[in-house]
Write a protein that binds this ligand. Structure first.
Ligand code: NAG
Ligand code: NAG
Length: 297
């Protein structure tokens, strides 16, 4: 079963590569490409290192996931057992290649919330000093002096009373004072609006929004309406199409041909179309989706 679906994929990759090589096909059909392809890394130890993800040449941004304990004076990173030692060097290597490296907060496990305004300000300070441009003596930097390019809000829970808007504004202020840009991004659920991150997005400080166009039947059937809502609601942000790269991930995987002819031409009509996001590097290696999506994004 698994073998035969992989065979089909291999054949499809070959077909796609052939027709990409044909002049006057891809380039004429998709005229609004940005070439931006973001991938999440850090949920599977077997996916290879951060350096290898960048060296694949497929991605323009890699988001490490997750910082999943915060809000109560304790902070903790979960990278599924990837050794932390080499990551600082890998981040610099990626950045040297022109690949942005960011860190997602939130996720599916851990223990996180922002119950008070102060907890949000504390998290902003922590992120600044531990991962970005700050240098607070006595605060441990897990990746040494590597300075990350961004922070991503990937929230699987939050109440309306939480203070993600305060966090977003505080990080945007750091962006203004720092000597290099801080790319503030969010990765919401597909159905508009996503109540977990809605208040933060309303601050208007997010450069990119990666909408997860999967795991929701409403979005399977009405993805065009959802896409239009997201792109219309945040004209100042670049909206990314979030996809699953492997058929193994289930029913929301989009067949390459459908993606190319049915989806990309529609999403690329939005003036603030940003690119494609893949969840995640582990499954992209198995599905090889980026080897063609890279040329369609
Ligand atoms: C994945 O894509 C790369 C680059 O196009 C190719 O060399 C490799 O054979 C592909 N692997 C699979 C399993 O399709
Ligand atoms: C390209 O983008 C422009 C501006 O958003 C849009 O009007 C046009 O329809 C797009 N073209 C295609 C083929 O997607």
């Amino acid at each position: 079963m698994a073998l035969s679906s992989r065979r089909i994929l291999v054949i499809f990759s070959a077909v796609m590569i052939c027709f990409l090589a044909t002049p006057a096909s891809a380039d004429d059909y998709l005229v609004n490409k940005t070439g931006q392809l973001t991938v999440f890394w850090g949920r599977h130890k077997e996916e290879g290192s951060l350096r290898e993800a960048c060296d694949s040449g497929m991605y323009t941004m890699v988001i490490m996931s997750f910082l999943d304990v915060y809000g109560h004076g304790k902070y903790s990173l979960d990278l599924s057992g990837h050794p932390l030692g080499p990551i600082g060097g890998d981040i610099k290597h990626c950045q040297h290649m022109g690949v942005l490296v960011s860190l997602a907060i939130g996720g599916f496990g851990g223990d996180y919330s922002l119950p008070t305004k102060q907890s949000a300000l504390d998290l902003a300070d922590y992120l600044w000093n531990a991962y970005l441009g700050g240098a607070n003596k006595g605060m441990r930097r897990p990746f040494g002096d590597a300075w990350l390019d961004g922070v991503d809000f990937f929230l699987e829970r939050a109440t309306p009373a939480e203070h993600y808007d305060v966090l977003a504004k505080a990080l945007a202020t750091k962006h203004d004072t720092g000597s290099k840009p801080l790319h503030l991004t969010a990765t919401p659920h597909c159905r508009f609006p996503d109540s977990f991150v809605n208040k933060a997005l309303a601050t208007g400080t997010f450069e990119r929004i990666h909408v997860r166009f999967y795991d929701d039947p409403e979005c399977g059937a009405y993805w065009e309406q959802q896409w239009d809502k997201w792109t219309a609601a945040y004209p100042g942000s670049r909206i990314f199409l979030g996809l699953l790269p492997s058929e193994e991930q289930g029913e929301y995987w989009i067949f390459p041909k459908d993606l190319y002819y049915g989806v990309m031409p529609v999403v690329q009509q939005a003036p603030n179309y940003g690119g494609v996001m893949l969840w995640d590097r582990f499954y992209d290696e198995r599905g090889n989706y980026s080897s063609y999506v890279k040329y369609w994004a």
